[in-house]
Design a protein around this ligand. Structure first.
Ligand code: PDD
Length: 296
C-alpha cells in the first residue's frame, strides 16, 4: 500500500519526496515525540474526537507544544483526506516530535515541534476478524507511563516480533503475571457473560476503541469490569478479544498454543463486532457478517 502524496507538516502540506529532516531530530535520536493512528472508513474519520483529545493529552504529558490549535488540527486532518482524494478505507499516521536540535538530552531552548501526518490505504482485516487470531504471553517491560502514546516503542516492537516468530498475531503483555494490554492493542477476558479488562490507569494506553467497547457493553447490558486478570486466568476464559484502531474488535482463539473456550469466536465478541460495524458506519457489503460467517 502506498502512502498518498500530500503530507501534512507543522507548517503546511508538502509533497512526500520533499519531506526532509536532519539527523539531529529529537524523534529520531530520543524517540522524543508522540503519535496517533486514526482509522478512516469510506473517506470519513472514525473516533476523531477521541484521537485528537488523546494527542493533546500525550503532548501535554511530555511538554510538547502542538503546532496547531485543536480546531485547526481538525481542519488540517480533514484537508489531508481531501487533498489525497481519500474515499475508501485508510489510516492516518500523525507524529509530533520536540523538533530538530543539536543532540542533548535536556530540551533545546528554542525549537519548534516537527509534525507530519500521512494517509495510507488500509482494508479491514476481514479474515482475522472472522476467523480469530493466536497470541503469545510476554513480559511487559515498558515504563510506567504507557497512557502516553509515545514514540518509544522498542519493548512493543520486540514483543510483537516474538509473537510473529511464534506464528502469532499479538503478544499479551503481563507484569508479574497481571495482564496489562497487548503490544499494539487492548485485551479483554470474557467469563460468564462479563467482560474484564485492565483499568485505564497510567500503565496502559487508553484505547479509543476500548472506550467504545465500554460504551457498547453498557448499551447491551454487558458487565464491563475494569479489573486486571492474570495470565493463569486465561485458561478459564470463555472468550478473549483485543481491540485497536487497525485491528478493530478481534477474537483471540489460542494463547501460547492453548485453545480459548471452544476454539471459535464467541457470541459476546461477535455482538461487540456488530456494534463496532454499526458505530463505524461500515457498509453492508463490507461487513464481516457475510455468508461466510453466517455459515459458522
Ligand atoms: N496502536 N495499546 C497499545 C499499546 C497500542 O499501541 C494501541 C494502538 C492500543 C489501541 O488504541 P486505539 O484503540 O486507540 O487504536 C492499545 C496503534 C493502532 C498503533 O500503534 O499502530
Amino acid at each position: 500500500m502506498t502512502i498518498h502524496d500530500h503530507i501534512l507538516t507543522e507548517n503546511d502540506f508538502v509533497k512526500q519526496d520533499t519531506l526532509k529532516y536532519p539527523f539531529e531530530e529529537r524523534g529520531l535520536q530520543f524517540g522524543d515525540g508522540i503519535y496517533e493512528v486514526i482509522r478512516v472508513y469510506n473517506g470519513n474519520y472514525y473516533l476523531i474526537d477521541e484521537h485528537i483529545d488523546r494527542l493533546y493529552r500525550s503532548a501535554a504529558a511530555v511538554k510538547i507544544d502542538v503546532p496547531y490549535k485543536k480546531e485547526d488540527m481538525y481542519e488540517r486532518l480533514d484537508d489531508l483526506l481531501q487533498k489525497n482524494g481519500i474515499d475508501g478505507d485508510a489510516k492516518v499516521y500523525l507524529q509530533i516530535t520536540r523538533g530538530s536540535a543539536p543532540r542533548d538530552h535536556a530540551f533545546p531552548d528554542q525549537t519548534q515541534a516537527n509534525l507530519y501526518a500521512y494517509v495510507k490505504d488500509l482494508p479491514r482485516p476481514d479474515t482475522f476478524l472472522r476467523d480469530g487470531v493466536s497470541a503469545i504471553t510476554h513480559e511487559d517491560v515498558r515504563w510506567d507511563w504507557c497512557y502516553i502514546k509515545s514514540l518509544n516503542l522498542l519493548p512493543n516492537v520486540l514483543a510483537k516480533q516474538t509473537a510473529k516468530e511464534h506464528g502469532c498475531y499479538e503478544a499479551i503483555l503481563h507484569k508479574n503475571g497481571e495482564v496489562t494490554e497487548c503490544s499494539s492493542s487492548n485485551v479483554y477476558f470474557v467469563r460468564q457473560g462479563k467482560v474484564y479488562t485492565h483499568p485505564a490507569k497510567k500503565n496502559i494506553l487508553h484505547g479509543c476503541v476500548r472506550m467504545r467497547v465500554e460504551a457498547f457493553c453498557k448499551r447491551e447490558n454487558i458487565d464491563f469490569i475494569e479489573e486486571a486478570f492474570q495470565v493463569e486466568d486465561l485458561a478459564y476464559a470463555d472468550e478473549l478479544f483485543l481491540s485497536s484502531s487497525t485491528s478493530e474488535i478481534m477474537p483471540i482463539l489460542r494463547v501460547d498454543g492453548q485453545t480459548i473456550g471452544d476454539g471459535r469466536p464467541g457470541a459476546l465478541t461477535r455482538k461487540l463486532q456488530k456494534c463496532y460495524e454499526a458505530d463505524a458506519h461500515i457498509n453492508e457489503e463490507d461487513s464481516i457478517f457475510t455468508s461466510q460467517t453466517a455459515a459458522e
